[in-house]
Unconditional design. Structure first.
Length: 479
């Protein structure tokens, strides 16, 4: 087999995943060579970044040998044949720990693959291991008492975000070609934005959340999803195609067929953009990134108009009632008699939740009805603008432990900084984050592209057009 010869072995790990698969099919790269390059990158960087909680080197090497054999026979070659990926450690991978960052599940090993993992393996992907999360995923900073803190490959003093922070940092640093995160309040999109990569939050049920812990049930089934993370939109598209489709274990699932729009059809869609929700200011660099994205899409032939949606504040308040208030009520009893096992980050979250009146049956029902009304009103507005463009968060990656920031003379508090992502968990819209620019400190800034439920293909297609115009991806300095 003729080998692909990058300048450095680590250069191999920064190829787009679709390019890795293409080079493997052309027999220019060996799956064995590719897995070894990723394992070497993990060995080099994981001590400083702390992205992986478990590396499954032995099984990854065996899978690479099997992929090599299948390649020679030209049999069973899926769209991700031989591509090494990672999985957030809240998603079941048979034989690997699925602890979700909590001592309550220390040492727990998944007995079976989540359906999305089975689909990825059937497509030929090779699982390198599982990545770090905050405890029970309830934070936008990745740290826990089991494995400690994950650092950003852009600045070790900063976080890659949460709760899919380990996943984002691993992909950004070339330790994984792509992977899977989960998102109940920005947990895919904020880490993607912080880390300079792409991430898709799908419509609940489009990609099955079966096999995820905590389970997406009750109020969390309305908010929480699993979705792909990668360095390019093309990689997101392939991952999405492989993972999407209904599963009986996901109560939000629906049999929605794939439908990719052609470019002429896509350019007929009006895009509405806003840079401020009227409550939480964003940094001047974030505003500049939004305007840069607007001009890039116009240059690509899209109709892009300023639009200020109504009802965002109602969506933020209702998200808080479901995620913070109901979330605290579900999680707090789990630590009865085991309070010493609480990580500081989760304790802080539970304290915030406890400061709010607990739900009664009436208040939860009221919130649910108001949520449905908010969705109906918002979707009516999206008839004119089926795609929205807006910030992913108020700030770029923050320093470990920070909980408030000054933006243009106003204090922005921790939970408010991610409201731009939280809106769309409450409303159930699919959304993609794409890197567009960088702060004066050299930190990535992504923008968020939002679509109507079940229209992921449109969102991803617009994201691909924006990525092509901006070309903003960079290799982080640590890698």
């Amino acid at each position: 087999m003729r080998k692909y010869r990058p300048t450095l072995m680590s250069d191999l790990t920064f190829l787009p995943a679709v390019e890795m698969a293409a080079q493997i099919r052309k027999k220019k790269i060996s799956p064995v060579e590719l897995v070894e390059a990723h394992l070497a990158q993990i060995e080099k960087l994981n001590p400083r970044l702390n992205t992986f909680v478990q590396v499954d080197a032995e099984r990854a090497r065996r899978a690479a040998q099997d992929a090599e054999t299948a390649l020679q026979r030209e049999k069973n070659l899926g769209p991700q044949h031989g591509v090494p990926i990672s999985i957030k450690s809240s998603i079941g991978v048979a034989g690997l720990r699925c602890e979700a960052g909590t001592r309550l599940r220390a040492g727990l090993v998944a007995h079976e693959d989540a359906p999305l993992v089975t689909r990825l393996k059937n497509a030929g992907a090779i699982i390198l291991g599982t990545t770090n999360t905050p405890e029970l995923l309830m934070a936008w900073e990745t740290d826990n008492l089991l494995y400690g803190r994950t650092n950003s490959p852009w600045d070790l003093d900063r976080t890659p975000g949460g709760s899919s922070g380990g996943e984002a940092a691993a992909i950004a640093a070339g330790m994984s070609a792509a992977g899977v995160g989960s998102d109940g309040g920005g947990s895919i999109r904020v880490p993607a934005h912080f880390s300079g990569i792409c991430g898709l939050k799908p419509t609940p049920g489009r990609i099955p959340s079966t096999g995820h812990y905590p389970t997406s049930a009750g109020p969390f089934a309305l908010l929480g999803v699993v979705g792909p993370m990668a360095r390019t939109v093309a990689d997101l598209q392939i991952l999405f195609e492989v993972m999407q489709g209904p599963d009986d274990g996901d109560t939000c699932a629906a049999p929605v067929p794939l439908r990719w729009p052609d470019y002429d059809e896509l350019r007929q869609i009006k895009i509405g953009w806003f840079e401020n929700d009227g409550r939480t200011p964003v940094t001047p660099e974030t505003r500049a990134a939004i305007r840069m994205a607007v001009e890039a899409l116009r240059d690509a032939g899209f109709q892009v108009e300023r639009f200020q949606p109504e009802g965002l504040e109602e969506a933020r308040r209702l998200w808080h009632k479901f995620f913070v208030v109901a979330g605290g009520m579900l999680l707090r009893p789990m630590f009865a008699g085991r309070e010493s096992d609480l990580s500081p980050i989760l304790k802080q979250f539970l304290d915030w939740s406890a400061a709010e009146p607990a739900h009664t049956g009436r208040t939860l029902l009221d919130a649910w009805v108001r949520r449905d009304a908010a969705r109906a009103s918002f979707f009516a507005q999206m008839r004119r603008y089926p795609i929205l463009l807006c910030p992913a968060a108020a700030i770029p990656a923050f320093r470990h432990g920070e909980r408030s920031w000054q933006i243009e003379g106003k204090t922005v508090h921790y939970l408010d900084a991610w409201s731009y992502a939280e809106f769309f968990n409450l409303l159930g819209n699919p959304a993609v984050v794409v890197p567009v620019s960088y702060s004066v400190e050299g930190l990535p800034i992504g923008v968020q592209i939002v679509g109507r439920p079940w229209e992921e293909e449109q969102v991803l297609s617009v994201a691909a057009a924006l990525e092509k115009q901006c070309g903003a991806w960079k290799r982080p300095p640590i890698a």
